[in-house]
Design a protein around this ligand. Structure first.
Ligand SMILES: Cc1cc2nc3c(=O)[nH]c(=O)nc-3n(C[C@H](O)[C@H](O)[C@H](O)COP(=O)(O)O)c2cc1C
Length: 116
């Protein structure tokens, strides 16, 4: 959806990460957690194999569910673009600026409580 449409279609593959909300009538409360773990490990493995990844929450869930025939129990959580890096100099200016901008990461101390 939106901005993602300007670049995602060029990826080697778009991988849908989906969650099973219930199995045999039993709820799976950790389903989304499992899907996130699968996606996280997928990124590590892909990068180890020399590929690049870009995760997206901005996509049409209903359209993806319909395209893949997901029933009520299966829900798309994220989509990940996977592939080799393209030629950034050929990308539109907005994409180029974003890709080449220096990255900042939140300090780890802001995410971890060391004492209570
Ligand atoms: C759950 C999730 C959803 C995201 N959704 C989008 C998205 O829809 N479009 C997008 O361009 N980046 C999205 N991002 C951010 C990118 O995947 C990536 O983390 C960010 O661009 C930082 O990239 P960098 O590691 O190259 O700095 C999302 C990230 C996560 C974890």
């Amino acid at each position: 959806m939106g901005f993602n449409q300007s670049w995602a279609a060029d990826a080697g593959a778009l991988v849908v990460f989906a969650s099973v909300a219930s199995l045999d009538g039993q709820p799976m409360p950790w389903a989304t957690y499992d899907t996130g773990q699968a996606a996280a490990h997928f990124t590590v493995q892909a990068h180890a194999a020399g590929l690049h990844t870009h995760q997206m929450g901005g996509f049409d869930r209903a359209a993806v569910g319909e395209a893949f025939g997901f029933g009520d129990d299966l829900a798309a959580v994220t989509v990940m673009a996977v592939g080799a890096l393209g030629d950034i100099t050929a990308a539109p200016e907005a994409l180029r600026e974003r890709e080449l901008a220096p990255r900042t990461r939140r300090p780890i101390a802001e995410s971890i409580v060391l004492d209570a």
